[in-house]
Design a protein around this ligand. Structure first.
Ligand SMILES: N[C@@H](CCC(=O)N[C@@H](CS)C(=O)NCC(=O)O)C(=O)O
Length: 186
């Protein structure tokens, strides 16, 4: 089994945590944008190859890894919806990051302002969640922790108004597999 990704991607980090939690052997192949552009139809990381199986989204990869280990991914539609909410905010955040890096001024584009507003409204909703302060974490919580770690690293979100999320993140930092997958801090 081979997982293709970068050490900074929050989507890839979640997959790496699940690999550690399920103790499955998997080769990690560091892949940049040029690599993903030719190897995956999404032109993004992560993607996973395992014999005949080729998966191109972190959520399907995590479901696959959990299934292989005899574990549940999302327990029900409500939990899946929570995961989608975290993902919606995360994908908007990542898109705005790449656009700004390419010189786009978010404040000048109404649709991008909508994306920025979506991130804040999703965070306000996530801040209302009942979140644990230590492991075990479900995949919604792992995804949220990966999102927060990435947003902090890239200085994309001011979490000071989201006390519950901050408290949750402090707890997640004590989780061994979260620590082990920390992105390079430079
Ligand atoms: N929905 C995808 C999102 C993956 C994603 O956005 N990956 C980013 C890295 S954090 C990427 O490869 N972006 C490159 C690009 O958009 O060109 C997933 O969950 O795997």
């Amino acid at each position: 089994m081979k997982l293709y990704g970068s050490y900074t991607s929050p989507f890839v980090r979640h997959c790496r945590i699940v690999l550690l939690e399920t103790a499955q052997a998997c080769e990690f192949i560091e892949t940049d944008q040029a690599g993903s552009a030719v190897q995956s139809p999404t032109k993004r990381v992560p993607f996973l190859a395992d014999g005949d199986v080729f998966l191109t989204d972190s959520s399907s990869i995590i479901q696959y890894l959990r299934e292989k280990a005899g574990q549940a991914f999302c327990a029900d539609a409500r939990e899946l919806d929570q995961l989608c909410l975290v993902n919606t905010a995360l994908e908007s955040c990542v898109n705005l990051f790449f656009l700004e890096r390419d010189g786009v001024v978010i404040a000048q584009v109404p649709y991008l302002q909508r994306q920025a507003a979506r991130i804040e409204s999703a965070l306000a909703e996530l801040n209302q969640f009942n979140l644990p302060d230590h492991a075990p974490y479900n995949d919604v919580q792992l995804r949220l922790a990966c999102f927060m770690g990435w947003a902090k690293l890239r200085k994309r979100v001011d979490f000071s108004g989201y006390g519950n999320l901050e408290q949750f993140y402090q707890g997640a930092q004590g989780y061994t597999h979260f620590q082990a997958t920390q992105p390079p801090q430079s």
